[in-house]
Design a protein around this ligand. Structure first.
Ligand code: ZN
Length: 182
């Protein structure tokens, strides 16, 4: 089982690397890691399990956050109480996006950023991604609102970017009126 302390902290330089394209078939190690990531993210959003196993709640993890510099991530999205949609996206690319931008009013979070951060991170309100599933089949997924933000946040990780990079250092709330808060 994946432990919270195995997730790299933002100070770790590996988080600044650009991850490499995945070649299929997936290795046994990658398949196992994906399973662990899904379990962690799901359990972390179920309060009693999060408490029991000391998990920090989160909806996304990129492989690089576990020290594996490969282009894949997992997003576990709670669509209603206790019901989760799971996305494992390999070699993902955004193929279209809305013009409209949004941001998380309470601030974005990241399992690798262990400090209070505030400020606006503008994201597309809707995105369509093309990626591969675990069996190497090409897939297309759409995300809107919170899910769209999660996809963009995780895709950033594959390029060595953290959400804090998007926040204006001098004025963290710059552009407040330009984007829609969610
Ligand atoms: Zn993150």
């Amino acid at each position: 089982m994946l432990k919270t302390k195995e997730i790299l902290d933002e100070k770790d330089k590996r988080l600044r690397e650009v991850s490499k394209e995945v070649v299929f078939p997936l290795t046994k190690e990658d398949k196992e890691l994906i399973e662990k990531m899904i379990t962690y993210l799901t359990d972390s959003q179920i309060e009693e399990r999060a408490e029991k196993y000391d998990l920090r709640p989160g909806m996304g993890l990129a492989a690089v956050q576990l020290g594996v510099l490969k282009r894949y991530f997992v997003v576990v999205h709670e669509v209603e109480e206790g019901v989760f949609d799971t996305y494992t996206l390999i070699n993902p690319k955004i193929i279209s996006n809305s013009e409209e931008k949004i941001y998380v009013e309470l601030g974005e979070g990241c399992l690798s950023v262990n400090r209070e951060t505030e400020g606006i991170v503008p994201r597309y309100a809707r995105v369509t991604l093309e990626a591969y599933d675990e069996n190497g089949n090409k897939i297309r997924v759409r995300g809107r609102e919170e899910l769209a933000i999660a996809f963009q946040h995780e895709l950033d990780h594959l390029n060595g970017i953290l959400f804090t990079d998007h926040i204006d250092k001098d004025n963290p709330f710059a552009g407040e009126g330009l984007y829609r808060a969610i």
